[in-house]
Design a protein around this ligand. Sequence first.
Ligand code: NAI
Length: 255
Amino acid sequence: MPITAVTGAASGIGAALSQQLCDAGHTVIGIDRSGSDVNADLSTGEGRRSAVDQVLAASGGVLDHLVLCAGLGITAPNCGLIVAVNYFGVTELLDGLADALSKGTQASAVVVGSVASVQTGADQLPMVEAMLSGDFDGAVAAANEDNNPSMAYAGSKYAVTVYVRRKVRAWAEQGIRVNVLAPGVVETPLYKASTEDPKYGEATRNFVAPLGRGSKPEEAANVIRFLLSEQASFIHGTVLFADGGMDAMIRPGKF
Ligand code: NAI
């Protein structure tokens, strides 16, 4: 049965996915700040290295699947942390675990992005350029200077999506498929906190998908399991929106 590592496994989408994978007989290595198989703070370089080392030890250096769910929303304590976890907490784990995945069976990884990545202006932010060039300190400083949580979130999700798409050839050569799931609203603690935010709460509550509801974490987990599975064996470098129609509503002419 596959060995799957899941970041953000203690809550929301990552918890729902871990449960589904365990029910399906996978060996799941959960990674989170606390209360998981691997406890590490993905906002720090030391924490990210420790997470990689602990996953390698727990898996024996061979992984079949990796899912990067851990993330911070707009209510994070500061914008630098959003960038640290949502971008570097994804890319450094993918890079650090790529060799283990290359030894796995029908290896695949899924990054949880967001429909926020298509927000106007997200692609133009100085912090995005810093993220994509691997400049941790520069990206965190730019995000903190901007001090706009909504744009830091959108920028981090845009950058991590571009990162995946730029590396399709390299990962294919290692026998690893990697895709991005872009959810819209998923009813998790992260989303609930956003709806209660004094500045962004009202806009968050009013941004409703054409389907007229948010999704359950299990619905996002279902899509991740599909992308990981052999049913998705020719899907690589794709951004799959599971957003109740939000992306199509915002920008029908772009896809
Ligand atoms: P959540 O808050 O329920 O779960 C996120 C998990 O990430 C938590 O267990 C948290 O402890 C972990 N995490 C955060 N910072 C960490 C750190 N420094 N080190 C280790 N773990 C850390 O949130 P949810 O909604 O399940 O989010 C999962 C992913 O889905 C995130 O990347 C989020 O940006 C994304 N997403 C969520 C949407 C939503 O409406 N809930 C919409 C679009 C994307």
